[in-house]
Design a protein around this ligand. Sequence first.
Ligand SMILES: [Fe+2]
Ligand SMILES: [Fe+2]
Length: 135
Amino acid sequence: MERVEGPVAPMSAFEWDAALATGHAEIDRQHQELFACSSRLLTAGPSAGPAFMELYESTRRHFDFEERLMRDIGYPHSFTHALLHSRLLGALNAVRQEIVAEGLGDERLRTFVYRWLVGHIVEHDRPVATAALAR
Ligand SMILES: [Fe+2]
Ligand SMILES: [Fe+2]
């Protein structure tokens, strides 16, 4: 499993926190949706397939949105950011079998999902939102 740097996973559900807000309403709405999908996956138990696909597809749509936004505003780090998106999707895909078979009960899997969500938002999405709002 690929290691994703970021804050340590919480013990309870994946909860959206106002401290994660980027200030860009649509990005924040989509991030909240990803947290909701992750929480559904957390409680999906052994039949986690559909919940995983929902998270995966929501993530893909969200990344497309951010990549379009970066192109539209001429964001200088769009290439690197899009590369990180594709790595995250790859990493999520790589743990798919494990999640579908075992759900998210394992603390290691929960940590993985939480880190890629929170770590990426804080480090990489915030600057995009700030740049978009400054225009
Ligand atoms: Fe992003
Ligand atoms: Fe994002």
